[in-house]
Write a protein that binds this ligand. Structure first.
Ligand SMILES: NC(=O)c1ccc[n+]([C@@H]2O[C@H](COP(=O)([O-])OP(=O)(O)OC[C@H]3O[C@@H](n4cnc5c(N)ncnc54)[C@H](O)[C@@H]3O)[C@@H](O)[C@H]2O)c1
Length: 699
């Protein structure tokens, strides 16, 4: 059987049409690039052909590089994209790009190498490379400013965001804006070019006239530096565009290439690419495939209209899926619905939502006090009090009333999902959906797979997660799942650091300098110190062998629960969230050290960051060994999307890989050997020890 050609060749009325056919977005993989060069050569060799049109099959022109070939030799194999563009540009017969749908990255660079471009409305024009920590490497930074002007082009290259084609109508990017069928229009345009004997235009020949370029680029650098923070690529984009103005074309091209090669090697770009692929990998379940059937989710019910229930409901309303919330009393329902409405009104005031959308979303929301009203929901998510007795009542009732095949989910943070499933006669339909607060904002969703959860239930929930725009990560059942289980050890180290000589504000500053969104003591004050206290009290009984600093208990004994009480590790002024270091806390810590006989020592920021970070990594390794997480990148996605781990470092496991597991193990041994070192804590998990010995990595 013939394989479908990645570039189809057909001649119509003297015009060769090269159709890129590489679903889903006509990525410029090796076979496509090869097909393009062959097609251009063939058309030039055929006397009957007068012009060439390049178009995309399906909706897109081309979404750019084929991500399936990333990190493989095929990505760079000749003909590479530069060669393809040079071939197109050098064609003796006019080449016309027919642009619709996605025209991004390498796809846009290819179009810019054509002599003419025609487009329809609704195409998405972008150079999104910066989002992967690189810049366009096949002339995009040199050609786009020549057709769109320096400012528009720089904006697009630095942000990576798509611009709809109609917004760029009238610029030299497009020679004609078409209505009606694109390829037919492009062929007609090509014939016109031939008939009128129009000279072949090359974008490279356009002169950029930009007075006071230096001043503009200096201003841009200052603005962008502040926003780009830990990422080098945006500033390099400015350098590349500046070269388009100051250097001859070929030199600019070479300079762009050198910046590209430099950026590809940076840890920041590697981290962004890791997160990009990690997000895709996380949605895959090891024992399911695209062919695994999923159940239809057209109606959702949420039990409990509290903090989590409200936020969870909003996710589905935003996606256009009707939700019924069930509560124990009318007052609780009114309060819950009121908060949802207030949230939407807040978005309305900020201009992020239209009044129509607000009405539409609120119109999808129903309330109920009786389970009969939710019996036909396809998915029900329980978000009642964190108490096994309450959960038991709810799940027994759900088992009784819900239609067969309904998915029964729990949002529990700490309770055993298998136990919850056992309250029903359909444990295969029970699953955990662990949202993070605020649930309408936070990207992360841990999907907890019980020992009996059916594969199609899991696949359905992963699909639903995508519909509500969450990053879903599968976790097995264990105390704390992936995220909180690791966090506990991070917190344990942070508390030991206080005992040994650090202050809460020193720890927080060091973690924030490393890139964490917020230091752990500020986080704790925000979440409520009483939450951790309750967990520790349980641990003292369940796992007395685990070493814990009692310093946080002292804080809680004084009622310092954090922001909600105006005092925690820090002081808070009424109505403000600024964390103010409190001498009383420093004195309390000092007194505690005396009590346990510790002479404080000076602790470096490096030690703080390593001890907290490697505590996460060691537990992450155990989570992998036990099969709680499917892959190391899933753990990284949990930390990037739910816990504020710095994106430019790619997640705790990826960061450990970057440091080198050998070095991580050596650091653990060093911390174990310190006078107050906890040898049990720092015993490397067998997986780390093994990988380090073999010179391997997690990812
Ligand atoms: N708050 C968080 O940060 C967070 C994060 C993730 C998961 N969770 C989990 O989500 C669940 C809910 O937490 P929350 O913070 O929203 O609590 P909450 O106290 O704000 O809300 C619980 C709601 O459930 C209602 N409720 C209690 N029993 C009920 C019953 N039998 N039937 C119907 N409604 C009932 C209550 O009236 C209340 O409105 C808990 O399991 C919690 O562990 C909380």
């Amino acid at each position: 059987m013939d394989q479908p050609l990645p570039v189809r060749y057909a001649v119509q009325d003297g015009v060769a049409v090269l159709t890129l056919d590489n679903p889903p977005v006509n990525g410029l993989g090796y076979a496509v690039r090869n097909g393009l060069v062959q097609g251009v050569d063939r058309a030039n060799a055929d006397a009957a052909v007068k012009a060439i049109v390049i178009a995309g099959a399906g909706k897109a022109f081309s979404g750019g590089a084929d991500i399936r070939e990333f990190n493989s030799p095929k990505a760079l194999a000749e003909p590479n994209l530069q060669t393809v563009i040079r071939t197109v540009e050098a064609s003796a017969k006019p080449v016309i790009a027919a642009i619709s749908g996605a025209c991004m990255g390498g796809g846009l660079e290819l179009a810019l190498g054509c002599h003419f471009r025609v487009a329809v409305a609704g195409a998405q024009i972008a150079l999104p490379e910066v989002k992967l920590g690189i810049l366009p490497g096949a002339g995009g930074t040199q050609r786009l400013p020549r057709v769109l002007g320096v400012e528009t082009a720089l904006n697009m290259i630095v942000s990576g965001n798509p611009v709809p084609s109609e917004k760029l109508k009238g610029t030299p990017l497009f020679d004609e804006f078409l209505e009606g069928e694109l390829v037919a229009g492009a062929i007609a345009f090509a014939q016109k070019v031939v008939k009128e004997g129009r000279p072949l235009k090359k974008v490279r020949d356009i002169k950029i006239d930009y007075p006071n370029a230096d001043g503009f680029f200096q201003f841009s650098r200052n603005t962008i530096r502040a926003v780009a923070k830990n990422f080098p690529a945006p500033l390099k984009c400015v350098d590349a565009v500046a070269a388009a103005v100051s250097k001859p074309f070929e030199e600019g091209l070479a300079y762009e290439r050198s910046l590209f090669v430099e950026l590809v090697q940076t840890p920041e770009s590697k981290s962004l690419r890791h997160a990009f692929f990690g997000e895709r990998a996380a949605s895959k379940i090891s024992d399911a495939s695209e062919a695994t059937p999923t159940r239809n989710i057209a109606k959702v019910a949420v039990i409990g209209a509290g903090t989590m229930g409200g936020g969870i409901s909003m996710n589905f309303l935003n996606a256009g899926i009707p939700v019924t919330v069930l509560e124990t009393g009318q007052e609780a329902l009114d309060r819950g619905v009121g908060i949802i409405r207030k949230n939407y009104e807040g978005s309305l005031k900020k201009g992020k939502l239209t009044p129509e959308k607000l009405d539409q979303r609120m119109g999808l929301l129903k309330t109920a006090l009786d389970y009969a009203a939710i019996a036909d929901a396809d998915l029900v998510i329980e978000a009642v009090f964190e108490d096994m007795g309450v959960k038991e009542k709810v799940f027994r009732k759900l088992d009784e009333v819900m239609k067969p095949g309904a998915i029964l989910a729990t949002n529990t943070s700490t309770l055993d999902v298998n136990k919850i499933a056992s309250f029903t006669k359909r444990p295969q339909d029970v699953v955990g959906m662990h949202f993070f607060s605020p649930a309408n904002v936070m990207k992360l969703l841990e999907v907890v797979r019980g020992s009996q959860t059916a594969t199609d239930v899991l696949a359905t929930v992963m699909k639903a997660a995508k519909a509500i725009k969450k990053t879903a990560v599968v976790s097995g059942v264990c105390d704390g799942f992936i995220g909180n289980r690791m966090m506990e050890h991070y917190v344990r180290q942070a508390l030991f650091l206080l005992e040994e000589g650090a202050t809460p504000w020193q720890v927080d500053r060091a973690l924030e300098k490393f890139g964490w969104a917020m230091g752990i003591f500020r986080v704790s004050d925000l979440a409520g110190n009483d939450v951790g206290w309750a967990i520790r009290k349980r641990r003292y009984v369940e796992k007395p062998e685990l070493a814990y600093s009692r310093i946080a208990d002292r804080l809680c004994e004084q009622g310092r629960f954090g922001q909600k009480t105006g005092k925690g590790w820090y002081l808070y002024e009424p109505g403000r969230r600024d964390a103010i270091p409190d001498p009383a806390v420093a004195a309390m810590i000092e007194a505690y050290r005396k009590e346990i006989g510790v002479t404080p020592r000076k602790i470096s920021d490096e030690e703080i960051v390593e001890r907290c970070g490697y505590a996460l990594v060691n537990e992450g390794a155990r989570i992998l060994e036990e099969g709680i997480a499917q892959r190391a990148s899933d753990i990284d996605m949990v930390y990037l999307t739910g816990y504020g781990f710095p994106l430019h470092r790619g997640g705790p496991m990826f960061h450990a890989d970057t440091v080198g597991l050998y070095n991580v193990v050596r650091a653990m041994q060093r911390y174990a050997a310190m006078p107050r070192g906890d040898k049990a804590f720092w015993a490397p998990a067998p997986l780390i020890a093994k990988l380090a010995a073999e010179g391997k990595t997690f990812n």
